[in-house]
Design a protein around this ligand. Structure first.
Ligand code: WTA
Length: 642
């Protein structure tokens, strides 16, 4: 076995003090979180800390339940006046000539103005506001403005289609959308506002949506309807002072839709106090944040990583956070490292898919940059393979900076299993050890907890402040999805292996969720989109190993008329899915087939389809329950391998 790599970075912990505090955080959980809650400023101090139940009839998780606070106050006002001139947000445009520094003082005024504009169009405490935004500072202003007045934001990734946007508006009965005229990525201009117009045409949307606030980013005109309001016009009419609303710790903060194994995406609900305590604390300790750090998380705010580690965690800690509008490949594959040099970034936090894509382009794109400012390299969103880990560590960080592989989920609110910068010995490919207060465990299929060195389903015992509170409008589904398989614990849906030192390696999803370029997707969503096409009778979608994306999307489709099969229909179906869901869901491979392997009771045997897609046809496993075994033979013969 190779020796772990030294984790060299400043930290207030040593391995011994981490272990000691970890032990206390478990043995004395309530006392630990009582103290950690002090990372925030509270309008009304909490006396209760933890009130949780995993029982089906009484499922609830409440943290700091009688405390009152405001998220935007914690992210802005409490840093003033000392940090009025400190940069809160460095915005780097898609166009490398464009960047802006927004100080904490400016942020205060911008967020207050935005909050007042929201009030002006009628937004009130408890209302759901859908944000469909590019990566521009106004996206962060809008999020913080919602929190300032107690509105609940639901950020929908700007790459999702009008249809997907419509679904999410309907699901949370959102009366308001905040958007921009255009978004920009890789030198291309994308008409974002036009998608909102299209969403209005979706049946049901008009029952809820009444007003759209539009941020202008471009001189090109866009169509404005009666229900549309220009933000820049309203901003002139409102003041830059807005009192932060005192919110109960358990008031909902945001809804974020994420994919599960079945059905439509779920609205994950996070609440005000516990979420902010957890995102702030994990941000501070996992990365070992220092006073003047420039911290850059490359995630889009449409994902949970953008919520917790672009906006809320860093700003609650008074840190300087970088917000990047563009993509790693534009104008060329040096862009990330140019940004690191330009803004003297200390900590970068990105996804394995980006690392693999850049690694593939070769080291010449690193050579013209220094990257000397870097101290910590973070990774998130999917398992990082050892080769990518080593390239990140050796080539990007010149072996100076620890690679911090952080495992967590939309549902967990913040990082759960990860090395701490400067503390935990590094084992490439392993997310390693739990954060304070977190008790991971491994289960076998029968619900028996596994001990020692072992592999099983990853669950979390007990609750933590950042845990999701419910599925919006469907508490039953919350129970079914996360607490019914194994009693008294949170089931993550991931598998993991624990080594002789208790370090965890996450092995990937055990359900029908796939992870394509770090974007989480339910195979059921892609299936239902494809099946809506006239030529398709039935389809099954699985993930398969993909060099860059981690997983690619492999579709098996049964057509109405076999004669239609061909490149043309394949291209049309790919285009169809892009339109239905968004470009991130575009299938990589589509295999047309006259039938699918099913059990005698008619269930598609996805395990077999996964094996065929992965070209592991020698290990198909038990096929005795197949209704028509010859289907499998045919699928293997016609397997795609492009
Ligand atoms: C996967 C993203 C391995 C995992 C924060 C999880 C990871 C899903 C890692 C959640 C990691 C995330 N190593 N796998 N370090 N981080 N995952 O909700 O399968 O978009 O269940 O949250 O991503 O994706 P989500």
């Amino acid at each position: 076995m190779t020796e772990p790599i030294k984790n060299k970075a400043p930290s207030r912990f040593t391995m011994e003090s981490y272990q000691e505090l970890y032990r206390q955080s478990i043995d004395n959980n309530v006392e630990f979180w009582r103290q950690q809650g002090q990372i925030l400023d509270w309008f009304k101090p909490y006396s209760e800390v933890k009130d949780v139940s995993f029982d089906e009839d009484d499922l609830h998780f409440r943290w700091y339940g009688d405390g009152e606070l405001n998220v935007s106050y914690n992210c802005i006002d409490r840093h003033l006046p000392e940090k009025a001139d400190k940069t809160a947000i460095i915005w780097e445009g898609d166009d490398p000539k464009k960047s802006r520094h927004i100080s904490y003082g400016d942020l205060h005024d911008e967020v207050c103005r935005f909050a007042n504009a929201l009030k002006k169009i009628g937004v009130k405490k408890g209302d759901r506001v859908t944000l469909y935004m590019p990566m521009i500072p106004e996206a962060a202003y809008a999020m913080l403005a919602c929190t300032r007045i107690g509105a609940i934001h639901s950020v929908v990734f700007g790459g999702f289609s009008a249809d997907a946007l419509g679904d999410r508006i309907i699901n949370c009965q959102s009366q308001f959308v905040v958007t921009a005229d255009f978004s920009r990525r890789g030198g291309k201009k994308i008409p974002l506002k036009a998608n909102v117009d299209k969403a209005f045409d979706k049946p049901g949307v008009k029952d809820y949506l009444t007003d759209v606030l539009v941020v202008q980013t471009d001189a090109e005109a866009v169509a404005m309807n009666d229900h549309d309001h220009w933000y820049h016009e309203l901003a002139q009419e409102v003041s830059d002072e807005c009192q932060p609303e005192a919110m109960n710790a358990e008031d909902p903060l945001f809804i974020l839709y994420t994919s599960g194994s079945t059905g439509s995406p779920k609205g994950v609900v996070h609440t005000t106090g516990g979420y902010l305590v957890y995102s702030a604390l994990t941000h501070k300790e996992v990365f070992g944040i220092q006073k003047n750090d420039v911290y850059w998380c490359t995630a889009d705010i449409g994902w949970v990583t953008g919520h917790s580690y672009v906006v809320y965690g860093p700003l609650a800690n008074g840190c300087t956070t970088v917000m990047f509008e563009g993509v790693p490949s534009y104008p060329d594959f040096s862009r990330f490292w140019q940004i690191v040099d330009k803004h003297r970034v200390d900590i970068i936090y990105t996804a394995p898919t980006a690392i693999r894509a850049l690694m593939k382009q070769g080291d010449q794109f690193l050579e013209n940059t220094s990257r000397k400012s870097l101290r910590v390299l973070g990774s998130v969103g999917e398992p990082i393979n050892v080769e990518a880990w080593e390239w990140y560590y050796e080539q990007v960080g010149d072996k100076r900076c620890p690679v911090i592989d952080t495992w967590w989920q939309t549902e967990t609110g913040g990082i759960m299993i990860s090395p701490l910068a400067g503390v935990t010995p590094l084992k490439p490919g392993k997310a390693s050890l739990p954060f304070f207060g977190i008790q991971p465990a491994l289960m076998d299929a029968d619900g028996q907890e596994l001990s020692g060195q072992n592999e099983g389903q990853l669950v979390i015992k007990d609750s933590w402040p950042g845990q999701m509170r419910t599925v919006y409008g469907d508490h039953k589904r919350f129970y079914q999805t996360y607490f019914s398989a194994f009693k008294g614990v949170y089931t993550s849906g991931d598998g993991a292996r624990r080594d002789e030192d208790g370090f965890y390696r996450i092995t990937g999803r055990v359900d029908d969720v796939i992870n394509v370029s770090g974007h989480r997707m339910g195979t059921a969503e892609v299936e239902s989109a494809i099946c809506e096409h006239d030529h398709v009778v039935e389809a099954a979608v699985v993930g398969y190993p993909h060099d860059i994306k981690g997983q690619g999307i492999y579709v098996y489709a049964i057509l109405n008329n076999d004669d239609d099969a061909g490149d043309e229909l394949e291209a049309e179906l790919k285009q169809w899915v892009r339109k239905e869901i968004g470009p991130i869901a575009t299938p990589d491979l589509i295999q047309f087939t006259p039938s699918l392997p099913k059990t005698r009771s008619g269930k598609i045997m996805r395990r077999i389809l996964r094996k065929i897609a992965a070209n592991e046809v020698d290990s198909l496993g038990d096929t005795t329950t197949l209704a028509e075994p010859e289907v499998v033979k045919q699928l293997i013969e016609n397997r795609l391998n492009r």
